[in-house]
Design a protein around this ligand. Structure first.
Ligand code: IVH
Length: 671
């Protein structure tokens, strides 16, 4: 290939990969398999390596991070980055509204209401549509230049998608870490014996302000755009149009930002969002209410720090101070021993908290937490709260915490591995059996409805579940003997168990609960090996050749399959009729991992046919709507699921759109 051809090919690859990134990270609708995506990326990397002069600033290969810098250089903002007035009182918001109406001379003013993201404010500067600079807010006039770091954030377009782009434009948005990514990162940090981040905001800030952007690249951040701060030419007349334009340019914009015809509508939005708060995939700390009209905003102007046209109505904080009653040790499904602080119950943003995790013995020692201490705790999303720090007081303190020598549940001698302590008894330890069963039946695993924590616990205690395969041996009679079950609920459970028998191979591998194998890695293993038998027989050498599998995961995988007990579990599951579907069975995989929910009646297709289409393309169908649902397909007379989907901002398809999406078979961009 000569240089000219290479140039043409590289340009094509860049634009296709950027488009796939946009579909994946912004639209949430992946269009190709991971393998195909990787192949294109490798091709581009090779070309850019052979012809270094081809590397363009908007090349997706630039997302991987640049060599470390000695400091973050200053970046002067084109416009001041103001802050917001904030309150927790609805009445103060009503006063804000009175002021706005008085100053504007209008009786009625339109507002918009949107989440106040709990992240870091970022300014993005585009020149001729190409991302030229990213900066933190700093002192509002001058921030820090974080260009190489911001380029690693996949939801930030390297190139704006609209032609012709304005010459110079600055966009404001909030960089944050999704809760899922935050928990993964903290798991990694503590696993390596490092310190956990207190909350997603600190984790995002720590990642963005890294001098070495290769570290930022390892930590997935997300950016929601919400404002055009400056642009050449005329800016949109309303905030609503501004958001639409940002979306059209390829930015990620929160999908549910209503136009409010009165301040009471905005206050209602605050109430509704407070209820949704625990189900959102990221942290928010309130809502932002702003006048919709740009002209009105400009005429209202700003005070020294904050504009007169906007106000934040915050939620109750999620940090609270309480006292540690004692520290106990909990045994998880992998046998990991986790110290947990039992607390004097305290209300943290509407939820009563009485326990908080301390991660591992090292963290307890570092924070020096003992019974009797006053501590600050924090709750992020719908998960176990964490102890952030100890507050110095002169109260009486207990003695320092020590990890027990034997498992508090089954008494086996504890073993130490890196920063953690483990009970080595496996499924013969009741705590690990319960944890293993709950994990097996969970959403990302076999997805067995009605087999949740409480049910598993009562079944283990009743002795009807002694191992994982016992799930498929349960009889109606046994189930009915449990207190929590009646005729109908027993039938529902049995039907759900039956329905779980054809999982995707990746879900099945994940369900097995192999240490260090999360949903993503399980999916990669399924793609690489294609069957559970092939995976069972693989070698450490082969595993290490698979991208993203390091020595630690390779060791966990080989050690899992070398256990006779685990091999027997798998054999029994297969004999009992569990039959994992291989990725090849799953057609094009264009809907890989996508979760669909159907509501209402379809006309041209039966539910069954519709479900088969989804499964054939690698997607999944579940019965209830949650934040993990990707699409809700609404037929005629839809039920409450539609309402729930709207609340959660999930994409809704009508039958026609669904048929279009699944009917034409595999589809990808031509390269
Ligand atoms: S509008 C002139 N919208 O909240 C102010 N800010 O306390 C323009 N924030 O520093 C800001 N989500 O970083 C706006 N949807 C949103 C926001 C938002 C989070 C942050 C922003 C600002 C802080 C003010």
């Amino acid at each position: 290939m000569n240089r000219k051809e290479a140039e043409k090919r590289a340009a094509r690859l860049r634009s296709v990969i950027n488009e796939y990134d946009h579909l994946y990270y912004v639209e949430n609708t992946p269009a190709v398999s991971d393998a195909e995506y990787d192949r294109l990326r490798r091709e581009l990397e090779n070309l850019e390596e052979r012809f270094p002069s081809l590397a363009a600033p908007d090349s997706p290969t630039r997302r991987v991070g640049a060599p470390p810098r000695s400091e973050l250089p200053p970046a002067e903002h084109l416009r001041r980055m103001l802050s917001l007035d904030s309150t927790t009182s609805a009445d103060q918001v009503r006063e804000f509204d009175s002021r706005v109406r008085e100053l504007s001379g209008d009786d009625q003013v339109n507002y918009t209401a949107e989440p106040k993201f709990d992240g870091l404010s970022v300014e993005l500067l585009y020149q001729d549509g190409i991302l030229a600079r990213g900066a933190t807010r700093g002192d509002s006039r001058t921030g820090e230049d974080i260009t190489p770091n911001i380029k690693t954030v996949p939801s930030v377009p390297l190139k704006m998608r609209k032609d012709p782009p304005p010459g110079v434009i600055t966009i404001r948005g909030e960089a944050l870490m999704l809760l899922e990514d935050f928990h993964r990162l903290n798991g990694l940090m503590t696993e390596r014996g490092g310190q956990a981040f207190a909350n997603p905001r600190n984790a995002a800030a720590g990642s963005l302000r890294q001098l070495d952007s290769r570290i930022t690249a390892e930590r997935v951040l997300t950016l929601y755009a919400y404002e055009i701060m400056y642009m050449e030419g005329s800016a949109p007349a309303t905030h609503t149009e501004e958001l639409e334009l940002l979306k059209a340019w390829g930015f990620l914009v929160y999908p549910d930002i209503p136009l409010c015809h009165s301040i009471e509508d905005a206050i209602d939005y605050h109430r509704a969002l407070a209820e949704k708060r625990d189900n959102l995939p990221f942290e928010i700390d309130g809502i932002v209410i702003r006048t919709d009209s740009r002209e009105l905003a400009e005429s209202l102007g700003a005070r020294s720090r904050s504009p007169r046209w906007a106000i934040a109505l915050k939620f109750e904080p999620r940090r609270e101070v309480t006292t540690v009653d004692s520290i106990v040790v909990q045994v998880g499904r992998t046998g990991k021993l986790t110290p947990v602080a039992l607390l004097k119950p305290v209300d943290v943003g509407g939820v009563t908290v009485s326990r908080a995790t301390l991660h591992n013995a090292g963290e307890v020692a570092r924070k020096d937490i003992r019974s009797g201490d006053r501590v600050r705790i924090e709750r992020a999303g719908d998960v176990i709260p964490a102890v952030v720090e100890r507050i110095e007081t002169d109260s009486r303190r207990g003695s320092p915490f020590r990890m027990p020598d034997s498992c508090p549940v089954c008494g086996s001698p504890v073993v130490e591995e890196g920063a953690y302590h483990f009970c080595p008894a496996g499924l013969s330890c009741p705590a690990q059996l319960k944890g293993g069963l709950i994990h097996f039946a969970s959403r990302g695993g076999m997805d067995i409805d009605h087999l949740g924590e409480k049910t598993v616990e009562s079944m283990v205690e009743a002795g009807i579940l002694k191992g994982i395969p016992d799930i498929y041996r349960l009889s109606k009679k046994e189930i009915l003997e449990l207190e929590r079950f009646a005729e109908k609920s027993a039938d529902n459970l049995l039907a759900a168990i039956e329905e779980s028998k054809q999982p995707e191979l990746g879900s099945f591998i994940y369900a097995l609960g192999i240490r260090n194998v999360g949903e993503h890695l399980a999916q990669l293993l399924a793609e690489e090996f294609g069957s559970i038998q092939a995976l069972e027989e693989t070698t450490r050498e082969h595993l290490l050749k698979v991208k993203e599998i390091g020595p630690e995961s390779a060791d966990s995988i080989t050690s899992f399959f070398s256990s006779e007990r685990n091999r027997k579990t798998i054999r029994e599951l297969l004999e009992l009729g569990v039959s994992p579907r291989t990725p090849q069975d799953s057609g094009s995989g264009r809907l890989d991992g996508m979760k669909f929910v159907f509501t209402g009646s379809l006309e041209g297709l039966t539910r069954r046919e519709a479900k088969e289409r989804v499964l054939a393309m690698g997607g999944d169908v579940t019965s209830s709507v949650s934040t993990r649902t990707d699409y809700v397909v609404a037929g005629s007379s839809p039920g409450s699921k539609l309402h729930r989907a709207e609340e959660l901002g999930i994409r809704i398809l009508n039958e026609e759109e669904f048929v279009e999406m699944t009917g034409s078979g595999p589809q990808s961009l031509s390269v």
